[in-house]
Design a binder for this molecule. Structure first.
Ligand code: SF4
Ligand code: SF4
Length: 402
């Protein structure tokens, strides 16, 4: 099936009706004072201006409707969610509605006064991101002087009694500091540490050749992480997310399309994952125009890649089809140019060589020096949007190699 064929309807057979969107990700703004070279926001994020953002009432409506449908966990994300002055109002309402609430933050803007206000609002949990254990690299990768501030914020998170997840995106430039990153998480009192190897979407895809670690780096980091896990036990729970380019089977992306996750972007567009807006031939609904229930159960955007009916034969006849559901639709589009194709991470995909080529480049000496990193900022975003608009090629995200 091609992207322009009629979509299968998950509702046609009530037995196939998906469960509720258990996880609501509220991307309340794309504004962010940092400029991370691996940022997961879309490269054209600057098209969404503050004036386009859902207002407080809009977000309150989303919280009510998603909770009524069965959502239980709400992550407030961005950009930097603390850029929104009404964050405390949203968190308080989510708490009152019975969500488990999560704040995903760079720490910038979490002053002692706001920390107290968020505590009073009932915020359950904070994920604080670091870029590295050294001031030099942390500040270089985020293109801001934020290292000292993040240390202070980690201290106030603990003082307020929140459980803390420390998140560090791992890549070629910091992977050799893995032991120091773990030690820093311990010293800051984190309960959980997420060592999230960069996945190559958006800004990270643009910078893929600079960010992808070599196999030797990756193996060393995994070994050290295992040693720490054994040594620390429950004192610090460490998650190590492997870069999927080094796998031969794709991830079950978002635990299945439209299965558990609902993302609402700053302008109110509802997506099955935060990058899905790039996919061609799909018009994703907006919470300003449709109820969350209609979006989740009835919209073409959410039904298109549910289940297995949409698959190409190579996936449809594969014994692993239920295990990975063909992998990531965005990765299939970005690399193979067909969102219904098997994820090119899979070694059965005809486009798998594109992944292998990127890995081979990362393992060549001198790969890092190829060109400077492109940092996420509105000016670069506007330039990339203009570049994409003036190109005669189909509008695939910048950085795509196929
Ligand atoms: S990855 Fe960096 S630039 Fe992107 S939203 Fe997070 S803190 Fe901001
Ligand atoms: S062919 Fe498709 S279903 Fe089979 S392992 Fe590869 S991506 Fe998964």
């Amino acid at each position: 099936m091609t992207a322009t064929s009629s979509p299968p309807t998950a509702q046609a057979d009530p037995a196939n009706r998906p469960g509720p969107p258990l996880w609501l990700l509220a991307e309340v703004t794309y504004r962010c004072p940092l400029h991370c070279a691996f940022c997961y926001n879309p490269t054209d994020f600057a098209r969404t201006t503050p004036a386009d953002e859902l207002d407080t009432d809009g977000w309150l409506r989303v919280l009510h409707q998603a909770r009524a449908l069965g959502s239980v966990q709400c992550g407030f994300s961005g950009g930097e969610p603390l850029m929104r002055d009404d964050l405390e109002i949203l968190v308080a309402e989510a708490h009152k509605l019975g969500y488990y609430t999560n704040l995903l933050t760079s720490g910038v803007g979490l002053s002692p006064a706001r920390a107290e206000a968020l505590k009073a609002a009932g915020l359950d949990h904070i994920q604080l991101s670091f870029q590295d254990t050294t001031r030099e690299l942390n500040d270089f990768l985020s293109h801001t002087r934020t290292f000292d501030l993040k240390q202070q914020v980690a201290g106030s998170i603990k003082e307020m009694g929140w459980p803390m997840v420390m998140n560090c995106v791992i890549h070629r430039l910091n992977i050799d500091h893995i032991d120091k990153i773990i030690e820093m998480a311990l010293a800051l009192g984190a309960e959980y540490l997420e060592l999230a190897n960069s996945q190559y979407y958006a800004w990270a895809l643009l910078n893929r050749d600079q960010l992808m670690p070599s196999r030797a780096q990756l193996e060393r980091a995994e070994r050290i992480t295992k040693e720490y896990r054994q040594k620390l036990g429950d004192r610090l729970r460490i998650f190590f997310v492997v870069p999927d380019y080094y796998e031969i089977r794709p991830k079950k992306c978002m635990n299945g399309w439209g299965n558990v996750f609902l993302t609402v972007t700053p302008d109110g567009t509802a997506l099955p994952c935060h990058t899905a807006r790039m996919l061609p031939g799909l018009d994703f609904p907006n919470v300003r125009d449709h109820s969350v229930q209609a979006i989740w159960y009835e919209s073409e955007g959410f039904n298109r890649y549910r289940g297995t009916d949409w698959m190409h034969d190579s996936c449809k006849t594969c014994p692993d089809r239920e295990k990975d559901l063909g992998g990531c639709r965005c990765q299939a589009w970005m690399l193979a140019g067909d969102p219904s194709a098997p994820d090119p991470v899979c070694d059965k995909s005809p486009a798998h060589h594109l992944v292998q080529d990127a890995v081979a480049r990362a393992n060549q000496p001198g790969a890092l020096a190829a060109r400077p990193l492109i940092f996420r900022d509105p000016k670069a975003s506007r330039a990339l949007s203009e570049q994409a608009a003036s190109s005669s090629a189909p509008a695939r995200p910048a950085g795509t190699t196929a």
